[in-house]
Design a protein around this ligand. Sequence first.
Ligand code: ASP
Length: 420
Amino acid sequence: MWKSLNTQIFLAAILGLGFGWLLSLGDVGDSASWAGVSVYVLGLISGVFIGLLKMLLIPLIFCSIVVGVANLQAIGRFGRVWKITLLCFVTTTTCALILGLACAHLFDTGKGLDITLFQDAMADHQAPDTLSPSAFFSNFIQNTLINPFKAFTEGNVLSVVIFALLIGAVIVAGRGQFDVVHGFFQQGFEMMMKLVQWVMYIAPIGIFALLAKLVATSDFAVLGSLAKFATVVTGTTIFHGLVVLPLLLWLFGRISPWRFFKVARPALITAFATSSSSATMPLSMRCAQELGVSPQVSGFVIPLGAQLNMDGTALYEAAAALFIANLMGLELSLTQQIIVCLTAMLASLGAPGIPSAGMVTMIMVLQSVGLPAEAIAILLPIDRLLDTVRTAVNVQGDMMISAVVQHHVEDTDLLEQRAT
Ligand code: ASP
């Protein structure tokens, strides 16, 4: 069943892109025309698909982390999993940042473009309040350590993750005292995964609708004026996804990239179509388990990665900051570029896994080196299109890291078995 669904999702994506292009030939803005009506219907269909994924998201994250932490700690693996996961997050994000800066330098994005072309957009743009790194930290703490019920209802993923980590830890500390609760969440997790399987049945239709609507309603003319930047940043993100990450996976996880892409395809296409790592998370977990990652490891690494590990976003933010500086005729010093990298890492950490979240945290990166926040108005019109590829790479990183972690946990198991 999984194999045929995987193929159906792939075909649906291609058909969706083609149908969207057909619609774009009609008058999409006229709600009475066939194109307008089709876009409305596509919006309804994709809304059902995304709505169902979002419905499962919070209970799934909560149950999977509680169970993951409790089970891993019970078998003495939590410390190792935790350390390898963080090490992988930092390593892959650093590679992405270096690539982002290198591509902006190599191709001199922004040079040759006239800033006056964008003056109107920048003037109209209401710059949000200043977000300095210190303000970022205090906001972060204030918004994260909150009433868990508020976090559940508001869909505050990071708060839910932290609360779940604590509940998982307290279950272990109880040494059997909280077994009933543990069993309850274990069953909750299994139920959620079963529901994910059900939602998967409509994934081909949902993906078709999402991509058709995206192509039909995107403004490709604006993309044209920023074509060089868009091509360079998308090409580099794809390079990171097709070369750097698979190489790391092969070196440290001993998994063939070919096999990875075959199994992970549904999650990658869903990330591309939804531009949301969070909405894709239920599918990423499912694909990681198909790859052989245990529910404990995938249940811990993937929700955490969907929130904290965003290679595509980090790469984009570093490249975009240099693009804006070039456009304004400013030369950033080496120290300023290091500051861009560090803030972009922080920004990708704080960005929630939703469409265009990177644009909001991008303000912090621009301001860290004195660039105006209004400059994001230049990139906003094309962001939904660029977000497709960077979200797919964000999700790819999470699944790959879960496979690497699994490989290393298995290694220790084997070593210990041999020693006894
Ligand atoms: N849309 C991205 C994600 O969900 C975040 C971003 O805007 O870069 O992973």
